[in-house]
Write a protein that binds this ligand. Structure first.
Ligand code: PLZ
Length: 453
């Protein structure tokens, strides 16, 4: 990796935190912005580059969140910035459904090439992850002539009506927002740390889900099975080996469209282009967003040509879908991932972080609050449990998790939490973060854990 940083890569937190300008903005916000939008940190951003975020009061934070797995190449990657500038000087928008342009076609070609499988593929572009997921379901339904859709426990697929229905967690995502779309069914997930029978294999966990699908829906009624190959908001849950392959096989045997929602796990994040590749799974449709375009809003559905081409002309689209500026950013971001070997970098980050946190877990022992260290590449997590329950009841400790995140923030490290039980710290650094900055952030995280444990 050879990255020229624009901002100094160093954390710094001043004594009065949050500072006066952030407090002033918070007061304005309270009068202007809907209360329903929450922010993880109380500071307002002035600049961001590499692994660093500067706030409006002169504080600098190490970014271990990447804006929820978006700024994989950093928040102001030179190639992305250049491509965006070049594009906006020509045209910001024409609407691909009115007068098309090359960038859209080039992104589609790139996605067809990078996604798993050698079969003929097509791509359609949208703006957000939720929009991609909605459209993947539309495509699966029309292509199969069936309606039922299966999602999993702990799943997160978005906040629009259909994707809320697919999402598992009520608070805050669904609470009070029903009624939800029909024909959505929920199957049991493989969650190794929380299995009642810790010996259960991935294949057995898949059979448990298949039994539910066969008995409660009927395999021939199912249009699509949608799954995050590594669950994101639900807690960075990596299913046991064999779970995804067996589900994909069941889908194939029964004419069901297997959709991998790679919105969070995709685009080099886990050390492969897509997380399904760790198990050699070839999905029928893949949804992508987040990391795809260096922070510009873009999402996609990519998959088997015969599925995407089953939709009548004009059946898919949207005013901004595949916006030319976002497409230019995506081509540049993907180029940076390739030229800087960010998949390799993700694997390096995994090795560094797992070694460090594994040691800490071993040192603190069974009686500590660290239940599990897990994840792939730079999509890593710590699940916290009440002291001493790591190998028994595994009682989720959301309070300790919150304290750890707060401690890190005060020391200048932004970390995000997640999980059905709110007891998971997730690490999603930009892949361009330097070794020094990552080591410094891990020092802070370790101190935070020790302070609570
Ligand atoms: N599918 C797997 O992770 C978005 C959302 C956070 P949008 N995850 C972060 C929040 O609280 O809103 C996500 C995801 C997976 C779909 C989505 C939805 O992507 O771009 O937020 O619509």
């Amino acid at each position: 990796m050879d990255i020229q940083y624009r901002l100094e890569q160093k954390r710094k937190v001043l004594a009065d935190f949050p500072g006066p300008r952030s407090l002033e903005l918070a007061a304005r916000r309270a009068q202007a912005v809907a209360a329903g939008v929450a922010s993880s940190v109380p500071v307002y951003v002035a600049d961001a580059d590499g692994g660093i975020i500067h706030d409006v009061d002169g504080n600098s934070f190490i970014d271990l969140g990447s804006g929820i797995a978006v700024t994989t190449v950093g928040a102001s990657d030179a190639a992305v910035v250049g491509a965006v500038k070049e594009q906006v000087e020509h045209f910001t928008h024409t609407c691909f459904m009115v007068s098309p342009y090359e960038g859209y076609v080039a992104v589609a070609e790139k996605l067809n090439q990078l996604t798993p499988g050698e079969h003929a593929k097509r791509t359609v572009l949208f703006n957000s992850g939720a929009e991609a997921v909605e459209n993947a379901i539309k495509i699966a339904r029309i292509a199969t002539g069936r309606t039922a859709v299966v999602a999993f426990d702990h799943a997160y697929h978005g906040r629009t009506n259909l994707t809320m229905g697919l999402t598992a967690k009520a608070m805050p995502y669904k609470h009070g927002f029903g009624p939800f779309a029909g024909e959505v069914y929920r199957a049991p997930m493989s969650y190794p740390f929380r299995e009642e029978n810790p010996q259960i294999t991935g294949k057995e966990a898949a059979e448990r889900a298949i039994l539910m699908m066969s008995k409660q829906i009927g395999a021939d009624q199912i249009a699509a099975i949608i799954i995050e190959p590594i669950q994101g908001e639900g807690g960075f849950i990596v299913p046991a080996d064999g779970f995804l392959p067996r589900l994909a096989e069941f889908a194939k045997e029964n004419g069901i469209v297997f959709i991998a929602d790679e919105v969070q796990s995709g685009f080099a994040r886990t050390g492969e282009w897509f997380a399904v590749q760790h198990e050699g799974v070839v999905p029928d449709l893949v949804t992508t967003a987040k990391g795809i375009a260096g922070g510009m809003p873009l999402s996609a559905v990519t998959g088997r040509a015969e599925l995407l081409d089953a939709v009548h002309g004009g059946g898919l689209g949207g005013t901004y879908g595949g916006n030319p500026v976002a497409c230019a950013a995506a081509l540049a971001a993907i180029d940076t991932m390739e030229t800087q070997d960010l998949r390799g970098r993700a694997r390096e980050i995994e090795a560094t972080v797992k070694e460090r946190l594994g040691k800490l877990q071993a040192e603190l022992g069974e009686a500590s609050i660290i239940g599990e260290v897990r994840g792939r590449g730079a999509m890593l997590a710590l699940e916290f449990v009440e002291r001493g329950s790591a190998s028994t009841a595994k009682v989720p400790d959301a309070a300790a998790t919150k304290k750890i995140a707060e401690y890190c923030l005060k020391e200048g490290v932004i970390i995000l939490t997640c999980g059905t039980y709110g007891n998971v710290v997730r690490l999603l650094p930009p892949l361009v973060i330097s070794d020094e900055l990552l080591a410094d952030a891990l020092d802070v995280l370790e101190a935070a854990i020790r302070s609570v444990a």
